[in-house]
Write a protein that binds this ligand. Structure first.
Ligand code: 13P
Length: 246
């Protein structure tokens, strides 16, 4: 279902005591927001964060998972494990995982299916490199990533799924996509989903150097439903301004 969502991705930052302080600082600042607030935290923060957000309107996600439920996969964490402590969301296919940890469209699809089967809501990341953008391949790349990611899903699954369009060249660089370019890419993702599923009623976020200054102009575009925020989600006050952009 389309709704306004602001999700933070802490990446590999924040110790448990910092996570607890952050939530305690953030919760009064966002308690009246009608936008959904999600914080995606490292595995070691999950349990503490989940306990601290009780009685608040803050939702919690992980940043990765394995697609198998259990087994000889040293160092991995499964969807079933995340669900067992009441994790609600999980980021899947972030470009940093594709780039540094060998994530492919195939493993992304396996993880999404496993997340949904285990009652987790995936936040699926897609986005083009600078080279692909310069070659005019943006729409081709992202629609291909979307089709492979969503392969085998049902329309019902879509209502528990969020997409994040994150152009790789905009991540952590301070270079935001223009609001028109971001909207155009997200519109093309929506059209592709409409073709495959007969509905485009799905929440699609923009990510890549979102901050408290540019959030409003991006999030009020016709096809952009909010943001996936990296660096600017590490400070509770800054992040609250993004959540309260409207
Ligand atoms: P930045 O907001 O730091 O550019 O990171 C975006 C991102 O990768 C969120 O998943």
């Amino acid at each position: 279902m389309r709704r306004k969502v602001i999700a933070g991705n802490w990446k590999m930052n924040m110790l448990p005591n910092e996570a607890i302080d952050f939530i305690n600082n953030l919760s009064p600042l966002v308690k009246n927001s009608k936008n959904e607030v999600i914080i995606c935290v490292p595995f070691t923060d999950l349990f503490y964060t989940l306990l601290t957000v009780q009685e608040t309107n803050i939702h919690v996600g992980a940043q990765n998972m394995h697609w198998e439920e259990k087994g000889a996969y040293t160092g991995e964490v499964s969807g079933q494990m995340l669900k067992s402590i009441n994790t609600e969301y999980v980021i899947i296919g972030h470009s940093e995982r594709r780039q540094y940890f060998g994530e492919t469209d195939e493993t992304v699809n396996l993880k999404i299916k496993s997340a949904l089967k285990n009652g987790l809501k995936p936040i699926i990341c897609v986005g083009e490199t600078l080279e692909q953008r310069e070659q005019g391949l943006t729409i081709e790349v992202i629609t291909s990533q979307i089709n492979k990611a969503l392969s085998g899903l049902t329309t019902q699954d879509l209502s528990n799924t969020i997409i994040a369009y994150e152009p790789i060249w905009a991540i952590g660089t301070g270079k935001t996509a223009t609001k028109e370019d971001a909207n155009e890419s997200i519109k093309s993702i929506r059209q592709e989903i409409l073709k495959s599923f007969g509905t485009d009623d799905i929440t699609i976020l923009y990510g890549g150097s979102v901050n408290d200054k540019n959030a409003k102009e991006l999030f009020t575009m016709s096809d952009i439903d909010g943001g996936l925020v990296g660096g600017a989600s590490l400070n509770a006050e800054t992040f609250s301004k993004i959540v309260n952009f409207d």
